[in-house]
Ligand binder design. Structure first.
Ligand SMILES: Cc1cc2nc3c(=O)[nH]c(=O)nc-3n(C[C@H](O)[C@H](O)[C@H](O)COP(=O)(O)OP(=O)(O)OC[C@H]3O[C@@H](n4cnc5c(N)ncnc54)[C@H](O)[C@@H]3O)c2cc1C
Ligand SMILES: *[C@@H]1O[C@H](CO)[C@@H](O)[C@H](O)[C@H]1NC(C)=O
Ligand SMILES: *[C@@H]1O[C@H](CO)[C@@H](O)[C@H](O)[C@H]1NC(C)=O
Length: 504
């Protein structure tokens, strides 16, 4: 073990945890530095808004179902509900950490403040890392063979500016700082942005506020968590056979389904774009809130006034006490210089498969989690981490810089052709295609043809059933013996928390 490589994982959020696990699996010497005193990243609720420290709201419930959000070799216990409250998600993370012995690799209160190529980078690919110990406030330097940046991208609020915003006398708060409804009782509130946070805040405040307006420039497709017969949205949609159907057909069907639940046009929230061109807004309550008038939809804000805002197409100012900007986040890597990773307009980043700066000579640096798939991120983080580790142990290789650059361009082209142009979609990916693409790089994509011949029952479950993350432990490096059973038995866990319910 003389040449055991030393890997740095920056951040102990979900992506950092999967990174440590993947390194351990390959016997790499892994160190994780986390700048706060706890693991779990934004799933750990913080009441107070600390600068750059993201956290869920007090009422946040995951918007991806538990079986589709699981780690590939660690199915959540039966007792966890189908969609988990953030406290349950954190519990699941703690169980994962315990089970795979990840804790001893994490050192808290260590902030990475600079990452530069080491002197011998040209020959070794090593990185020199500057770390601030937040206990003693002292800086030190350490060298690493590989670095996984797992710092999340919900830390730096993006706030648009509107004419006369500065004369407005009410409160303006970014969704980043919204934790609970207290303090907003009986207020007239405007939420700008109908993405996941905007919809959550509007729905929650409408229980206690005097009036809630929800302003959306482009409208939104609202996906309920519960699809047919209460099956989770992602369980219904992320299925292999669906990727073989003409996308026009599946998209039409999906759009019809969403409109059947709530006619988006009648409710004034229909986007100009089809369901395939816009990231989903997952919300179960908004439908009813729009119907009972507790949430009132308006188009874009034209300008602010002293007491409120003037909406597009209106002349009069609407009085508003508090404005929430649910307008997303800026992608930033303060410890990396522009020549390593530049973030352009609309959060565009030059990364091969959302992970590797293609221009570097050695691919010993990866960004984990800088992606917006239409499915759970947990298995995606894990997939990315496993790929990086396979590269570090030379089980596979990246193509030439030119090939990577042209791949980045074609991905950008795809996003530009298929999605509404906005910072919201710069990181967009189709969950199943991305998982398969990366899995294929290091041999863990399920071999469907072989399954069909060897194990038709499992083939059927993998092809027609939901693409459960355990599928990526059926073959290749570090396959898991329990994967088959986890796939065939998922239904008994999915609703396992419900007493007196029917199994399956
Ligand atoms: C409100 C909300 C709800 C969400 N719900 C879901 C959901 O239901 N399902 C889903 O799949 N995804 C959901 N997401 C997406 C979410 O981004 C991921 O689930 C995931 O938690 C992100 O994990 P992360 O590790 O990449 O980032 P984070 O959780 O942000 O963790 C990053 C960690 O890195 C640390 N760090 C940052 N910079 C440094 C540094 N320089 N040095 C040392 N440490 C550093 C931070 O302190 C933090 O602990 C949600 C996001 C939000 C905001
Ligand atoms: C994600 O997007 C792909 C491609 O557009 C689509 O086939 C799939 O059904 C979507 N999944 C969900 C959960 O909406
Ligand atoms: C779930 O919500 C988070 C935060 O609001 C969002 O980033 C993510 O894209 C949502 N998930 C899906 C599948 O839409």
């Amino acid at each position: 073990m003389a040449s055991q490589k030393r890997i740095l994982v920056i951040g102990a959020g979900v992506s950092g945890l999967t990174a440590i696990k993947a390194c351990k699996e390959e016997n790499l010497d892994v160190v994780c530095y986390e700048r706060i005193g706890e693991l779990g990243g934004l799933w750990r609720y913080h009441e107070n808004d600390l600068d750059g420290l993201p956290s869920v709201m007090k009422s946040t419930i995951s918007n991806t179902s538990k079986e589709m959000s699981s780690f590939t070799d660690f199915p959540p216990a039966k007792e966890f509900p189908t969609y988990m409250h953030h406290t349950a998600v954190l519990k699941y993370l703690e169980m994962y950490v315990e089970h795979f012995g990840l804790l001893s690799h994490i050192t808290y209160y260590q902030e990475v403040i600079e990452l530069i190529p080491a002197e011998d980078y040209g020959t070794t690919g090593k990185w020199l890392v500057k770390i601030r110990d937040l206990h003693s406030d002292e800086n030190r330097e350490e060298a690493f063979d590989g670095v996984m940046a797992c710092v999340g991208h919900h830390a730096y609020p993006m706030s648009p500016s509107y004419p006369n915003m500065d004369v407005y006398a009410g409160q303006i708060i970014h969704s980043h700082s919204y934790k609970t409804f207290t303090g907003f009782e009986d207020k007239t509130v405007l939420v700008i942005g109908a993405g996941n946070s905007g919809a959550d805040i509007a729905a929650e405040l409408s229980n206690v506020a005097k009036k809630v307006y929800l302003s959306t420039r482009r409208g939104a497709w609202i996906y309920p968590r519960l699809f047919e017969k209460g099956k989770p949205c992602d369980v219904c949609n992320n299925r292999r056979y669906k990727t073989l159907l003409p996308s026009k057909y599946t998209m039409n069907k999906l759009e019809k389904f969403l409109n059947k639940r709530m006619d988006h046009e009648r409710f004034g929230i229909k986007p100009y774009h089809s369901v395939s061109s816009q990231h989903p807004t997952i919300n179960d309550e908004l439908h009813a809130k729009l119907l009972n008038g507790r949430v009132i939809v308006r188009r874009d804000v034209k300008e602010f006034s002293e007491t409120g805002v003037i909406f597009d197409g209106e002349e009069e100012s609407t009085p508003i006490d508090v404005v929430f900007l649910a307008t997303g986040y800026q992608v930033k890597f303060p410890f990396l210089s522009d020549d390593i990773l530049r973030v352009g307009k609309n959060n565009k980043v030059l990364l091969y498969k959302n992970m590797f700066p293609p221009q570097l000579k050695h691919h010993t640096l990866a960004v984990i989690g800088l992606i917006q798939p239409n499915g759970s991120l947990f298995p995606v983080f894990e997939m990315q981490s496993r790929w990086f580790v396979a590269l570090m142990t030379e089980k596979c290789h990246l193509p030439s810089t030119d090939t990577m650059l042209s791949s980045v361009r074609s991905t950008e082209g795809f996003r530009a052709r298929n999605f509404v142009q906005s910072p919201r979609h710069s990181l967009e990916a189709s969950w199943l295609s991305y998982m398969d693409e990366v899995a294929d790089e290091f041999g863990v994509k399920p071999n469907m043809a072989a399954l069909l011949l060897k194990d038709p029952k499992l083939f059927w479950a993998c092809f027609f059933g939901p693409c459960l993350p355990y599928q990526y432990r059926l073959n290749g490096p570090h396959k898991w013996e329990g994967a088959r059973e986890a796939i065939l038995g998922y239904k008994s866990r999915m609703y396992g928390h419900i007493k007196n319910g029917r199994e399956n």
